[in-house]
Write a protein that binds this ligand. Sequence first.
Ligand SMILES: CC(C)(COP(=O)(O)OP(=O)(O)OC[C@H]1O[C@@H](n2cnc3c(N)ncnc32)[C@H](O)[C@@H]1OP(=O)(O)O)[C@@H](O)C(=O)NCCC(=O)NCCS
Length: 175
Amino acid sequence: MHSLTEFNLRTIRESDLETLTKIADDLSISEMLTDNFPFPYTESDARSFYELVHDSNNPLWFVITDATDAMIGDICVRPKKGSNYSHVGVLGYWLSKSARRHGVMCGAIERVVEIAFTTYGYLRVEADVFEHNHASMKVLEKAGFQHEGILLKGAQKNGVLRDLHLFARVSVLRP
Ligand SMILES: CC(C)(COP(=O)(O)OP(=O)(O)OC[C@H]1O[C@@H](n2cnc3c(N)ncnc32)[C@H](O)[C@@H]1OP(=O)(O)O)[C@@H](O)C(=O)NCCC(=O)NCCS
């Protein structure tokens, strides 16, 4: 790893939208996420995202900021949909290109999962990763996630069927 960069997690503010529009307009992010994350990424997309985060009332939806409090990424644990999954969180994240390879996302994932387990009662946090996203798989492994399996043809991206790699971390707080 290169030198560890200082980062913080906080809720999104309206004043982040200009930076968000700039850093999110990046194919290297959108090609690794679901189609909910558009490319090109416009001011109106940033505004919709801001409203989505607000309306979600999810205390585990954070922007990642640098030492100057500027937004450099996003991370979220959401409750998995369905009545049998209230203890399961689904992790999603992305980081601006210029902030990568300094240990930020690994640190952010560790911090958010810790809060999810200790403060919000989650017992399992899972993430699924497109087969072509080797960087994300490495980050998850480094953050203590286990590779649980491969969902063959688990998703489509840009019209191409993709396998999904399923990763999870399970809380030790309750068996
Ligand atoms: C994946 C992503 C979040 C990684 O963030 P990051 O802050 O650069 O990751 P870290 O610096 O914490 O990396 C931790 C480890 O992961 C691995 N890693 C990270 N990026 C890598 C890359 N591009 N290639 C190979 N290994 C990589 C390394 O092992 C690294 O440890 P090291 O630096 O000691 O070798 C970032 O590249 C990103 O936002 N990509 C686009 C969006 C995305 O893929 N989101 C996840 C969807 S599932």
